[in-house]
Design a binder for this molecule. Structure first.
Ligand code: SF4
Length: 569
C-alpha cells in the first residue's frame, strides 16, 4: 500500500510523494502534478553514510553517542557551537537545536541563501508573505526574474502554459529561449532596471494611482528618487535599451502579472535594495492583494507557526563563523567547508578545533574533516512535518520504512537530553503541536488590506547608494545546477564561458579572485554573456573565490559580489 510523505529537499516545489515499500513516486494531486525531479527519482541510489566513525575508525552507534557525551562533558558549555543548515524544511529538525540552546551552546543565524532578499521584502512590506503557486497559475503574464525554473522549480513550468513570459536573467536559460521577451542584462544591475521600470510607469502614467494613494502614498518621493539615475548613461551600462523597457511595459499593461524572483538577484551586498526595488515596481503597478498578481520569492515558510523548541541562545553568523573560538563544533545537515564563502579561511579556521562532530546523510568536505561522524536517518525512516516557501500546504512526513543505520534528530536529542538532564517532550507531542497549524488561517492573496508596516503602507527605498556599474571585470555567477543540490548529489566540475574569451572546451583554466584561485575545466556556452563566468554552486572549491562579507541588510552571504580573472593554466 502507498504511504504518503513529502520531499525533504531545499527546493521551491516541496513535492508530495508516495512510498510503496520499494520506491518513491509522485503524488498525482495538487502542485506535484505526477512528477518528481531527478534528485528524488535517484534519491535512494545516492550512497549514504551508514557507519559512525571516530578519528577514521568505524564504531557502533552506541559508542558514537558515548563519544559525543564525553566530548560535551569535557569542555565548557559555551565552547560548543551548533552549526545547522537552513536547507531542510522538516520542522522536527530543530529539536537538536533545542538541546544545544538549553545546554548553553552557541547557535548560528543569518543566511547562505535568501536572507538579503527577505530583508528587503520586510523593509518594504513589513512581513514576508509569498505569492503561492496557486496564484501564479491565475496570472496572465509571468516575469521570471533571475530564476531558472527548469532547474529550481520545475513544478512551475506547467503553470506557465499559455501565459506571456518575460525573462530577466544574464544567462540565456531554457525558459529565456522560449520567452516572449528576454532581457539578458548585466549581472548586479537588477536594481537599476527595477528603478527604470518604475520610472517609465510614472512617465507613461500607467501607475495605479488609486491604489498608491491608499497603500503607498510616498510614491511621488520615490519617483523623485528614480530620476536621480541618468537614463542614457545608465541604460548603456546595464545593457538594456529604452525599447526593451517599452516592450516589457507594453506586455504587462492591464494584465494580471506575477513577478517570480530567484535568489541570484540578491547575492550582493545591496541585495535587500534589489528586492525592495522590484517590490516597488510591483506596488506601482498595484499588483499586491489582487488575484493572480504579486511577487513570488521565498516566503517565510514558518509564518504563523510557533516553535515548541527552545532556540533561545547566543547566536553567531553562519556566513563568517569563527570556528576556532570553540572546542567543539557540531555540524548538522550542512557542509560549511564547501558551502560557506571564503572556504580557504573556513578550512584554516576550523582545522584547529579539537572536536568536530558531523551529523548528516552524506560524505562531503565537512564529514571528511570531522573527528566524530554520526549518520542521520533519511526522511523515509523518521517522522517529520514540512512546510514550503512557495506554497502554504503543511505536509506530514511519517516514517514509511525501517532503516538499520543512522539515528533521527529526535532520537539523538532524546539521548542528549536524558544524559544532561534537559526537559524534552515525547516526539508525538511535537508532531501534534505542528499538526495544529495545518488549519491555520492562510492568506492566499496576501496584503489585500494593506501592508504589515506600522501604517499599512508600502515603504519605498529612500536612497540609491553604491550602485556603480563596473565594466572591465568578469562577474561570477553561482546558480544551482540541475544535477546537484548545493553540495549534494552529482557535483559539477566546469567553468562555463562565452567563446569570446578564447578558451576551448575541456581546457584547464585558473579562476582567480582577491580571495583565492581554483582550477577548472572549460565548457563553452553561448548562453552566457561575455562579461560573466558561471560556476555552479556545488562545484568543489568554488568558494575559495568568494568573500565572507555580509549583505548590508539580512546577514546574508554575498556570493556574487566577487569579481574574477581567468588565466590559461
Ligand atoms: S522538484 Fe523539488 S520538491 Fe520536488 S522532488 Fe525535486 S527536489 Fe523535491
Amino acid at each position: 500500500m502507498n504511504k504518503s510523505t513529502a520531499c525533504p529537499l531545499d527546493c521551491y516545489d516541496a513535492c508530495e510523494i508516495l512510498y510503496d515499500e520499494v520506491k518513491v513516486s509522485p503524488s498525482k494531486e495538487g502542485h506535484t502534478n505526477g512528477f518528481l525531479c531527478s534528485h528524488l527519482n535517484h534519491y535512494e541510489s545516492t550512497p549514504q553514510i551508514q557507519q559512525p566513525r571516530y578519528n577514521g575508525v568505524n564504531i557502533s552507534m552506541a559508542e558514537a553517542l558515548d563519544r559525543l557525551k564525553n566530548i560535551l562533558s569535557s569542555i565548557q558549555k559555551d565552547k560548543t557551537l551548533f552549526y545547522k543548515s537552513s536547507g531542510n524544511f522538516g520542522l522536527m529538525q530543530d529539536v537538536t537545536g533545542h538541546f544545544f540552546a538549553s545546554y548553553g551552546a552557541t547557535l548560528t543565524e543569518g543566511s547562505l541563501c535568501d536572507g538579503a532578499g527577505e530583508a528587503g521584502i520586510i523593509q518594504g512590506r513589513g512581513s514576508n508573505k509569498n505569492m503561492p503557486l496557486s496564484e501564479i497559475a491565475k496570472s496572465e503574464v509571468v516575469i521570471i526574474w533571475g530564476r531558472n525554473p527548469h532547474t529550481t522549480s520545475s513544478h512551475l513550468l506547467p503553470l506557465l502554459k499559455d501565459k506571456k513570459i518575460i525573462v530577466i536573467d544574464p544567462i540565456k536559460t531554457k525558459i529565456a529561449k522560449i520567452a516572449d521577451i528576454h532581457i539578458q542584462l548585466k549581472p548586479h544591475t537588477d536594481l537599476q532596471l527595477a528603478i527604470f521600470l518604475s520610472r517609465f510607469l510614472f512617465i507613461e502614467n500607467t501607475i495605479d494611482e488609486k491604489y498608491l494613494e491608499e497603500f503607498a502614498s510616498e510614491y511621488e518621493e520615490f519617483y523623485e528618487l528614480t530620476q536621480t539615475l541618468r537614463i542614457k548613461k545608465t541604460l548603456d551600462k546595464i545593457d538594456v535599451s529604452l525599447g526593451d523597457i517599452g516592450d516589457i511595459l507594453d506586455l504587462i499593461k492591464d494584465r494580471k502579472v506575477a513577478i517570480v524572483c530567484g535568489v541570484g538577484i540578491q547575492k550582493y551586498r545591496n541585495g535587500a535594495d534589489v528586492m525592495r526595488a522590484i517590490d516597488a515596481f510591483a506596488v506601482n503597478l498595484g499588483l499586491f492583494g489582487k488575484e493572480g498578481c504579486g511577487v513570488a520569492y521565498l516566503g517565510d515558510s514558518r509564518n504563523g507557526i510557533e516553535s515548541p523548541f527552545n532556540l533561545d541562545a547566543k547566536k553567531v553568523s553562519k556566513v563568517d563563523t569563527k570556528f576556532s573560538e570553540y572546542e567543539c563544533v557540531f555540524i548538522q545537515g550542512a557542509n560549511p567547508l564547501s558551502q560557506m564563502p571564503d572556504s580557504t579561511r573556513v578550512t584554516m579556521d576550523i582545522s584547529g578545533v579539537q572536536n568536530i562532530v558531523y551529523f548528516g546523510l552524506y560524505e562531503n568536505e565537512s564529514s571528511s574533516m570531522a573527528h566524530l561522524v554520526i549518520p542521520a536517518k533519511n526522511f523515509l525512516s523518521k517522522n517529520d512535518v514540512r512546510v514550503s516557501y512557495s506554497h502554504f500546504k503543511m505536509m506530514f512526513m511519517l516514517k514509511v520504512k525501517e532503516c538499520r543505520y543512522g539515528i533521527s534528530e529526535y532520537d539523538l536529542t532524546r539521548y542528549l537530553c536524558d544524559i544532561f538532564n534537559i526537559e524534552l517532550q515525547d516526539e508525538e507531542f511535537y508532531l501534534e503541536h505542528f499538526k495544529k497549524y495545518n488549519s491555520r488561517d492562510i492568506e492566499f492573496i496576501p496584503y489585500k488590506d494593506g501592508f504589515d508596516t506600522d501604517n499599512g503602507e508600502f515603504i519605498y527605498l529612500e536612497e540609491l547608494e553604491g550602485i556603480k556599474v563596473k565594466s572591465d571585470v568578469l562577474y561570477l555567477l553561482t546558480p544551482k545546477s540541475s544535477k546537484s543540490l548545493n553540495s549534494q548529489f552529482h557535483r559539477d566540475e566546469y567553468v562555463y564561458l562565452n567563446a569570446s574569451h578564447g578558451f576551448e572546451n575541456n581546457e584547464l583554466v585558473m579562476l582567480s579572485s582577491e580571495k583565492g584561485n581554483i582550477k577548472l575545466k572549460v565548457k563553452i556556452s553561448e548562453d552566457i554573456r561575455n562579461d560573466c563566468v558561471l560556476v555552479y554552486s556545488g562545484t568543489k572549491g568554488i568558494n575559495t573565490l568568494t568573500s565572507s562579507l555580509h549583505s548590508y541588510e539580512g546577514k546574508s552571504a554575498v556570493y556574487q559580489e566577487v569579481r574574477v580573472e581567468i588565466f590559461k593554466y
